[in-house]
Write a protein that binds this ligand. Sequence first.
Ligand SMILES: NC(=O)c1ccc[n+]([C@@H]2O[C@H](COP(=O)([O-])OP(=O)(O)OC[C@H]3O[C@@H](n4cnc5c(N)ncnc54)[C@H](OP(=O)(O)O)[C@@H]3O)[C@@H](O)[C@H]2O)c1
Length: 224
Amino acid sequence: VVPVGDDGDARQLAMLAVNPATAYLLLNRYVSLQPGDWVGQDMGNSAVGQYVIALARHAGIKTLSVVRREETAGQLRALGADLVVVDGDNLHDRIAAALDGAELRLVLDGVGGATPGELAHSLEFGGLVVSYASVTRTPVAVPAADLVYRELGIRGFWLINWIRDAPRAEIEATYAELAGLVEDGTISAAVEATYPLTDYREAFARARKPQRSGKVLFTFTGTG
Ligand SMILES: NC(=O)c1ccc[n+]([C@@H]2O[C@H](COP(=O)([O-])OP(=O)(O)OC[C@H]3O[C@@H](n4cnc5c(N)ncnc54)[C@H](OP(=O)(O)O)[C@@H]3O)[C@@H](O)[C@H]2O)c1
């Protein structure tokens, strides 16, 4: 248990444990990112993706996010996303054109399949793809030419391993920092709907639907 303060939006604080920490570790654990560096990600409108955008912006790091729906691009730009590209034909050409000569230092993948490979095409020499999910249930596909000639790397990340293995002080410090950023509104994730526990069937049905505008949460009397 890591206590957090009473300030801030209870719904946002309720989401602190998993996705903000995931985004934070993805950005901080693998590559020493400096202000002005570029990070690419797919599933940009997922909760993890939204936290990546907000945390990167807070640190002066630029983001290129791939989404699968045009209507989510505006939502991400309002969050501070630097570049948003809609998945589809000639994706790697459109990513390279959007970057206008810049290279990605890190690619974060939650989709699996071909999309991370399209992003990886714009990675710097020796750059890294970190996979944290595969919502398409297909393996990360990075073309051999990129992998071999440009010596790219692919890593996996699972938050539970960090919680299991990291020193207690590191876990407490990470959540304290993230709680502060939630409380002052620096990071947040969109919420589509809230339900009382009694309506759990409707809540689960809604949460299972694709193309949501945000998370589906339970509320308890007195928490709003
Ligand atoms: N490795 C870890 O430690 C770790 C930690 C946290 C989360 N995760 C995983 O990360 C994933 C995202 O979690 P979240 O809570 O951020 O998700 P979320 O907010 O519920 O959003 C789901 C995302 O998945 C996209 N999506 C669903 N099916 C897709 C498909 N077939 N192709 C492309 N995109 C698809 C959705 O796009 P639309 O909006 O267009 O439908 C949306 O962007 C989950 O699989 C979760 O289990 C892993």
